[in-house]
Ligand binder design. Structure first.
Ligand code: ATP
Length: 239
């Protein structure tokens, strides 16, 4: 384990009956944006859910921000300090984006109302939702709803951001906006995101992990990915 790693795992394993969805994964991530690629069913979502503390592994160790998620007190602190975008985010359709992001900030025990509102506004504006902040979420497009969930994950500029396919449903302009937001987060911390888009990885990430059948089968710089991917099953088409 690299000293100062914000995210570290050893032997991380998760099984569903006979299927090993995550198979002895060892990770040690410092600052920067890390992309997680891999075919459908590779185990990306399962791994990210474990790292967001919403799923427990069957075996192996996890350290997040230097804390142990199996200790209840430390798990609560982790949950306050990380941002997580699930694969299918659940939003309250009757809330406005501003109310939704504010609510997540309350759950994270940010007690200063003015601070919360300012942070929520800034996150929504950075993601191009400045003119939609007061409209009910259920009346927004799918891509807009995805950005509300992203804004909620970004609240408080977490040192560790875990994002399951953050660019899904975003148009090219909004993908570019997302890049600059994530680059800002990566100055201070670790961003780990899954994607099927190899072009996105090259544009965004400093490091790439490729997962297949529960294992990390390749790890390296984005510029080396194309050569490594030649003829591999995990070569994914550009979206
Ligand atoms: P995709 O790119 O399609 O999102 P993924 O890499 O995120 O795929 P996972 O969703 O982590 O893959 O799934 C990994 C494997 O674990 C799959 O074979 C899946 O069917 C299985 N799996 C995931 N969740 C469960 C569950 N709750 N019960 C049983 N099997 C599961």
């Amino acid at each position: 384990t690299v000293t100062g790693a914000l995210l570290a795992t050893t032997g991380l394993t998760k099984r569903y009956g006979p299927l090993t969805a995550v198979d002895h994964v060892d990770l040690s991530l410092g600052r920067g944006i890390v992309g997680l690629l891999g075919p459908n069913g590779a185990g990306k979502t399962t791994l990210l859910r474990i790292l967001a503390t919403v799923l427990s592994p069957d075996a192996g160790d996890v350290r997040l921000l230097g804390l142990d998620p199996t200790e209840p007190k430390e798990r609560l602190e982790i949950r306050r300090r990380i941002g997580f975008l699930p694969q299918s985010p659940r939003l309250y359709g009757g809330f406005t984006p501003l109310e939704m992001v504010d609510y997540v900030a309350i759950l994270k025990e940010h007690t200063d109302k003015t601070w919360r509102r300012n942070e929520a506004r800034a996150a929504l504006e950075a993601l191009g939702l400045g003119d939609r902040m007061h409209q009910r979420i259920r009346t927004l497009s799918g891509g807009m709803q995805q950005r509300v969930a992203l804004a909620a994950a970004l609240i408080g500029t977490p040192q560790l951001l875990v994002l399951d396919e953050p660019a899904t449903g975003l148009d090219p302009e909004q993908r570019i906006a997302l890049r600059s937001v994530l680059a800002g987060c990566a100055d201070e911390g670790t961003v780990l995101l899954s994607t099927h888009n190899t072009a996105e990885v090259s544009a965004l990430c400093q490091h790439v992990l490729v997962m297949d059948q529960g294992r990390i089968c390749w790890s390296g710089a984005p510029e080396d990915l194309a050569a490594a991917a030649q003829g591999q099953v995990w070569e994914s088409p550009h979206d």
